[in-house]
Every structure is written in structure tokens, then in C-alpha cells.
Design a protein around this ligand. Structure first.
Ligand code: GTP
Ligand code: MG
Length: 394
């Protein structure tokens, strides 16, 4: 199941209470206060995990709670710190905090980099034990502090896939066939529209160490931007791509005109978000092996030229022209990655739009930079070491 929007609740651990204790030992009269401080509660982090592709695991587990801190004890023993909780989310997850009163959502994080870890709820501080309150005039204080409560939030998670290339086109144009040929992805392929119901991702490996990620989204139709067909709910998954491959069926089997197909889908993209049209587009005339009238192909080529778009004739099924198509996508991807890496190195806003669309390869390169990027209120001294693994529902 592909789930790309969920609400969850997170709660950091409360701090443990300070202890009220006096030293009582044989032969030590009036031993004085020795109540230790409470331990800090565990914090809640979200971590971008490359092994997750959807938010489906949150559907059935919407509540997350980090461990509370232990209470302080006599003999000046501090309570143990609560264990932090790391919640894995897919790379490309946007996090919004929901205002409990107004229900308004405010963006709190955008996890675009593999391994990126964001603190979302800070654990409560432990309370002070009575030993802390001893003064020259009050040598036997009975005062202790309770632990601070851990922060808690309702979060809205929204996935915007991170892929380098987006495949768009009418249903049945052959998008899934193409991704199955150029990558190891094995989506369902069939001779009827709307075979693909949710986006598929595939990694395309070119010669050398070049690779990129392709997203195959469900077919678009006229009115998609207003929700017709499977519509706009999946269009956001191509918002962060660097190149769009627009696939048009030129075989004549659809009964539609390829030039009109091209124009209609371009209009839908523009109506959904004009930035989609501003991205580099490659036009792939597909099913070239089954063309009944070559004029359709030349007409489409002319239209693409007029729009100053590169044009390719391919047969996704037979593999004809596919290599040329993906090789043409590569320089655009490489250039975009270079610009992003430069921007990040210059210290520009790494969580903003610049990092949007970073691929796994570019991500690895900028990872080191991102490591240094720690939330402002993060104090390592207050936190026990992080443990990885799936969070346990407590
Ligand atoms: N002759 C021919 N048929 C093709 C080619 N590419 C795809 N097809 C066929 O076209 C039909 C649709 O292919 P899909 O890959 O499922 O199309 P899609 O664009 O993913 O369709 P949706 O998921 O419905 O949006 C299938 O029957 C494919 O076998 C091609 O190059 N030549
Ligand atoms: Mg498909």
C-alpha cells in the first residue's frame, strides 16, 4: 500500500523526579541531604531512511513515546536518562506541526538527505534532588523538583518523493514499461488505462558510476489538476525531479492525436504548478514499433521542436532509442546535482528548496556537510547516545 500522508502523535519522555533523601548511616549522625537529580526524558527524532518508500507503517502505529527519565535516588544517585526514540521515515518526508487549537499546519522539517536526523520533541529535564537545595542556613532541605514534562506534538507527515526523473503522460503511454526496461523496478504493465495506481521508483544505472532515480507516476488526463482520474494527488511526487520525460503514444492505438496529447498534459502540469513546465522536458514518442501512420510522429516532432524540447523516438518494449533517451537525461541531472552541491557547500539554506530533489548519489556527497547541521536547541550533554532500529510502541 502506498500511503503518502499521515498524522501521528509524538511524545518525548518526561524527566524523572528529584529525590528526597537524607544520608542515614551507622556512626554518621545527621548525614545531611543526599537526594540525587532525576534523569532527562528521551527525545523524539525523525530519521530519513533510504529503505522506506511510503508512510504506510504509520497508518497502524500513529503514536510514539520516548522513554521517561528515571527518578533520582539517595546517595546522590542521578536517575538514568530516558532512551531517545528514532522514527524512520522515507527520504523526501515533509514534517508539519499541527497547532492543537487552530489545526493549522506549520512546516517543521524536510528530510531530504539520507540519514538526516531531526529533533522534533525534546525530552523533559530531570528534577533536582534535595541535595541541590542545601545551603548554609538550610542544611536539611525537604525541597525537591518534579521532572519537566517531555514535549509532545501532533505531526502531519507528507511524502514528496525524491527522484531525478519523472515520467509523465496519458495512461497507457508506456511509462511503466519504460521504467521496467531501464531499472530493476517491476511495476504492473497492462493494455488498459490506469494500470499504475501509485508511484513507482527505479534506479537507472548508466556506465561508470552514474546513476539516477526515476519515478513512474499514474497516468494523467485532462482535468488532472482538478483531481480528474488519479489526478493531482500524485503530481507532487514529480515536483522535485530535475527532468521530466513526457511519454506520448504515437502508435495510433489510443485513437487520440499525439500533438494534442502533448499539449493537454503540458497544460495540466502548468495548471497544477507552473514550475513543472519550467523544468527541462524530454519528449519520448513511444511505441515507434507499432506506428500505423508516420505523419503522427513527424507532427509530434514538429510540435516538440517548436516548444524547443528534445525529441526521441523510442519503443519501450523493444528497447529502441531508450539508451539515447536516458543518456540525454544524464547531463541535465549531473548539472543540477553539481549546482545543488555547490549551493550546499556555500552554506545556503540546506533544508530549503535547494536540497529538494537531491539524489542518493549527490546526497552521499553532501552528507558530511549535513552532519554538521544540528537543531539549534540540541545539547549533546543532555542526551544519551542515539540508538538505531525501529521504534517500539510503548
Ligand atoms: N507496441 C508497443 N507497445 C507498448 C510499448 N510500450 C508499452 N506498450 C504497451 O502499452 C500498454 C501500456 O503500457 P504501460 O507501461 O502499462 O503504460 P503506462 O503509461 O504505465 O499506463 P498507466 O499505468 O495506465 O498510466 C501495455 O500493453 C504495453 O505492453 C511499445 O514501445 N510498443
Ligand atoms: Mg503504468
Amino acid at each position: 500500500m502506498f500511503v503518502d500522508e499521515v498524522d501521528i502523535h509524538i511524545k518525548a519522555g518526561d524527566g524523572g523526579s528529584g529525590s528526597l533523601s537524607f544520608r542515614r548511616e551507622k556512626f554518621v549522625p545527621k548525614g545531611g541531604p543526599d537526594g540525587g537529580n532525576g534523569g532527562a526524558g528521551g527525545s523524539v527524532f525523525l530519521v530519513a531512511d533510504p529503505h522506506r518508500n511510503t508512510l504506510v507503517h504509520f497508518r497502524f502505529n500513529p503514536d510514539y513515546k520516548a522513554q521517561r527519565g528515571g527518578n533520582g535516588a539517595g546517595a546522590l544517585r542521578t536517575g538514568r536518562g530516558g532512551r531517545d526514540m528514532e522514527i524512520p521515515v522515507p527520504v523526501g518526508t515533509l514534517v508539519f506541526k499541527i497547532d492543537p487549537e487552530t489545526g493549522e499546519k506549520q512546516q517543521a522539517a524536510d528530510l531530504t538527505i539520507v540519514g538526516q536526523r531531526v529533533l522534533l520533541a525534546q525530552g523533559g529535564r530531570g528534577g533536582l534532588g534535595n541535595a541541590h537545595f542545601a545551603t548554609a542556613t538550610n542544611r536539611a532541605p525537604r525541597k525537591v523538583q518534579p521532572g519537566e514534562p517531555g514535549q509532545q506534538f501532533d505531526l502531519h507527515l507528507k511524502l514528496k518523493l525524491l527522484a531525478d526523473v519523472g515520467l509523465v503522460g496519458y495512461p497507457n503511454a508506456g511509462k511503466s514499461t519504460l521504467i521496467s526496461v531501464i531499472s530493476a523496478a517491476k511495476p504492473k504493465i497492462a493494455a488498459y488505462p490506469f494500470t499504475t495506481l501509485t508511484p513507482n521508483l527505479g534506479v537507472v544505472a548508466l556506465s561508470g558510476d552514474r546513476d539516477f532515480v526515476v519515478a513512474d507516476v499514474p497516468g494523467l488526463i485532462e482535468g488532472a489538476h482538478e483531481g480528474h482520474g488519479l489526478g493531482h494527488q500524485f503530481l507532487r511526487h514529480i515536483e522535485r525531479t530535475k527532468v521530466i520525460i513526457h511519454m506520448v503514444d504515437v502508435s495510433g492505438a489510443s485513437g487520440r492525436d499525439p500533438v494534442e496529447d502533448l499539449d493537454t498534459i503540458r497544460q495540466e502540469l502548468e495548471l497544477y504548478n507552473p514550475e513543472l513546465l519550467a523544468k527541462p522536458h524530454l519528449v519520448a514518442a513511444n511505441k515507434i514499433d507499432a506506428v500505423d501512420d508516420p505523419k503522427r510522429v513527424t507532427a509530434l516532432e514538429k510540435r516538440a521542436k517548436k516548444l524547443k524540447l528534445k525529441f526521441f523516438q523510442i519503443s519501450a518494449v523493444a528497447g529502441t532509442g531508450v539508451k539515447e533517451l536516458i543518456e540525454a537525461a544524464w547531463p541535465i541531472i549531473a548539472k543540477a546535482r553539481e549546482l545543488e552541491a555547490k549551493a550546499l557547500a556555500l552554506g545556503e539554506d540546506a533544508t530549503g528548496d535547494l536540497s529538494a530533489g537531491l539524489s542518493t548519489v549527490a546526497l552521499a556527497k553532501v552528507e558530511a556537510l549535513a552532519e554538521a547541521e544540528v537543531p539549534a536547541d540540541y545539547n549533546p550533554a543532555l542526551m544519551p547516545p542515539l540508538r538505531s532500529g525501529t521504534p517500539k510502541k510503548r
